[in-house]
Ligand binder design. Sequence first.
Ligand SMILES: C[S@@+](CC[C@H](N)C(=O)[O-])C[C@H]1O[C@@H](n2cnc3c(N)ncnc32)[C@H](O)[C@@H]1O
Length: 254
Amino acid sequence: MISKLFFFLTNNILLNNIFIKLGIDSILTSRLGTYKRNKIDTNLSLQKMAGFSEKPTVQEAIDKIHVRLETLVEQNLNEGDRILDIECGAGAYLKRWEGKYDLTGIDINNDMVNLARKRMPTATIILDNFLNHDFNHKFKLIYSVSILEFMPPSRLMAFFRKVHLLLEPDGKLLIQYPHALNLKDTLYPDLYYVEYSPRKIEHKLRNNYKIITHEHCFDGRIIDLYDAKPYEPGNRTFENGYLLIAEPKVKPKY
Ligand SMILES: C[S@@+](CC[C@H](N)C(=O)[O-])C[C@H]1O[C@@H](n2cnc3c(N)ncnc32)[C@H](O)[C@@H]1O
């Protein structure tokens, strides 16, 4: 009850924008974030554990990300290259490369990390917030599925700057994120789950990354400000996601 009231009082468009301007939205998002403290039922499927439905269309959307990642790896990496999965969960994506590449995953949830360590004994799995963690080497591929929604808007640039610093000069970045589905989303109404506008993401990236692909992850549509024709309007479903593939520019302008 108290947390519902807190949510209602704090998570509104006006206050959220004030929080963002003051750079204190991260306090709110981390307080509201469910993942850190969540106990995970490890008997569930990887999909369910990560909070996704098992509907065939969601499975299809996940499969498409696997294919994009696999293609990126085949085309750009050599055996032994380093791969970083930001918010790796239990390693749903990372595990496929065990033994062939040098794998690192990071996640803030203790249960997820323990399970990932069990499933991938040769990978380095870190329990920490990506934004706060000091890594001691660079990566050839950095990817993340479903993290931007937890990234406070005031930290978005910090996120992309950090990824830039961690990428090899010829490295690649892949990010799948739930995109804005209406005008309200573009105004940051929900700090609990931010649905960024593809236009905003491009704006944030353009000085420092060369964008290779930026399109609807499920059907390849190009959406600018928000998606006027989402799947299952009014619901959050994993088919509503955007996919970014980019590489770092040599001389970033931060
Ligand atoms: C929706 S799940 C996705 C997990 C995995 N990428 C997948 O698709 O199966 C989101 C994950 O992000 C983690 N997470 C959220 N914010 C994070 C942060 N700042 N640093 C590291 N992990 C984070 C959560 O603990 C959770 O495991």
